[in-house]
Design a protein around this ligand. Structure first.
Ligand SMILES: Cc1cc2nc3c(=O)[nH]c(=O)nc-3n(C[C@H](O)[C@H](O)[C@H](O)COP(=O)(O)O)c2cc1C
Length: 340
């Protein structure tokens, strides 16, 4: 028996897998191919509903079931255009696990999933939201720090651990954002996490469908290249996304400054300006992931990109994480109990 077995127990039981390491739902990337590869290697994959039309999500769920008989989750973004139709697909196909992402689900949506027999995971960005999600019936929580790739909150994982993980013993808590090494995972388990969720490192996996140019950008990027979208004026709110700096990001900054100048001059209505802000990134992640448009597309990546330097298979990533976890736990034990 390894030391990590004791720390894996809660996540293993909840997720029904050997290794409580999650590959997070990543829009356009976490498809049947990646999710089944993670499941077959002993981890836990989250199929991304993202912006997919409901029919595509349905096909991906069915395809994942063909490729693996192990558990996986469906990740639904509550603010996605097809969210309601995606919910109907979920009701029809009854996945074992549902992750609500984007914003927070309402009590009825959580209840609906539970009536279907699914275990529900919800993101929590504060202690009061965590408590509300548990009241609604969430079976587990995901804490994601602002270091993460994709849509992000404003608080680092270090602070969320203290505000939420340390205060919520009643349900398993999975932690995400900035994690890419087994050594770091070990400390998350030691702090009480039931498991860890990674996105950026899996986006570069061999089984990830991301375009070769997208993966190459990730392999070469430094942590500081993964920046959160700037917002310059409260009249033009921007949904924060962490992505690699590129020409698209600079164009977006220029667009905002131009719109602010027009607002000041009274030559544009606020609603029209806001629409331009919202339209700017439409389809940009898909263009980067599928077409390899690394200049104007959205290269969503976490700061952990600075820890990713090569493409590896999902099985190698999980094996490397697990051996790093065990080595670090043994080192911690040796430091704590030098005489043992
Ligand atoms: C390209 C990309 C797309 C993402 N899309 C989603 C998504 O659709 N739903 C979601 O819950 N999280 C999404 N995320 C967040 C990941 O699931 C995961 O929580 C995050 O990447 C963890 O932090 P890391 O990037 O430092 O590993 C995305 C992340 C990336 C990099």
């Amino acid at each position: 028996m390894q030391i990590s077995d004791r720390y894996f127990a809660r996540g293993r039981e909840f997720l029904g897998v050997e290794t409580p390491i999650l590959c997070g739902g990543m829009t356009w990337i976490s498809n049947a191919q990646l999710v089944s590869a993670v499941a077959n290697a002993g981890g836990f994959g989250c199929l991304a509903g993202g912006n997919s039309p409901a029919a595509i999500l349905e096909a991906e769920i069915l395809k994942t079931r063909e490729l693996t008989d192990r558990p996986f989750a469906v990740n639904l973004v509550t603010i996605a255009p097809a969210f309601e139709e995606q919910l109907e697909v979920v009701c029809k196909l009854r996945p074992q696990y549902v992750v609500f992402a984007g914003s927070f689900p309402n009590a009825r949506q959580v209840e609906m999933m539970k009536e279907l027999g699914a275990k529900v995971l919800c993101f929590a960005s504060t202690l009061s939201i965590a408590q509300r999600m548990i009241r609604y019936g969430a079976d587990a929580l995901v804490l994601e720090g602002m270091e993460a790739g994709g849509h992000v909150g404003h608080v680092s994982l270090t602070v969320l651990l203290q505000q939420v993980l340390f205060e919520v013993p009643q349900v398993p808590v999975f932690v995400a954002g900035g994690i890419a090494t087994g050594r770091m995972c070990a400390h998350m388990f030691l702090m009480g996490a039931a498991g860890v969720q990674l996105g950026t490192r899996f986006a570069v996996a061999t089984e990830s469908c991301a375009h070769a140019r997208f993966k190459e950008k990730f392999r070469k990027a430094n942590a500081r290249d993964a920046v959160s979208t700037p917002q310059f004026d409260s009249r033009l709110p921007v949904v924060a996304v962490r992505a690699l700096r590129n020409a698209g990001l600079e164009d977006f900054a220029r667009l905002q400054l131009d719109l602010i100048a027009q607002l000041d001059a009274g030559t544009i209505h606020r609603e029209a300006a806001q629409l331009e802000v919202e339209r700017f990134w439409m389809g940009a992640l898909r263009r980067a992931v599928q077409e390899g448009d690394i200049d104007k597309g959205s290269l969503m990546a976490g700061q952990s990109v600075g820890l990713v330097s090569r493409e590896e298979s999902v099985a190698d990533i999980l094996a490397d994480l697990c051996s790093g976890i065990e080595t670090e736990m043994q080192a911690v034990r040796a430091r704590l109990l030098p005489e043992a």
